[in-house]
Design a protein around this ligand. Sequence first.
Ligand SMILES: [Zn+2]
Length: 117
Amino acid sequence: MAIIIFGQTKCSLCKLPLEEKQEVSSFPHFLKEGHQLWAYSDSGMHTACIETWEHKDEFLLLYKTVRRDHLFTESAEMKEMIRLHGIPDWIKEDVKEFGMPNWLQEFWDSNEKPDLL
Ligand SMILES: [Zn+2]
């Protein structure tokens, strides 16, 4: 996720600082450089600014698609990380939204935190 320092980091849409009392959304780097919305993919925004943004639907759909593809792509590194540390919260969130990928099922069945052999 983009690092946000309240009072300093600026909203990538309105360019005003993000303040602690405001509702803020942040996004990780999920678009390739050169994409027309790339500049927004590693940034924070006022939630209110997103609501009125002309590219809101496209941007949120892209973010959702990337997260879904990532979840359903089996990766040896991710499996090893889960073996060592359990299933991270962001994966649990994505499973709630997108469903269970086959590669993850074995870890889920073993009570979310597999025993080390
Ligand atoms: Zn803003």
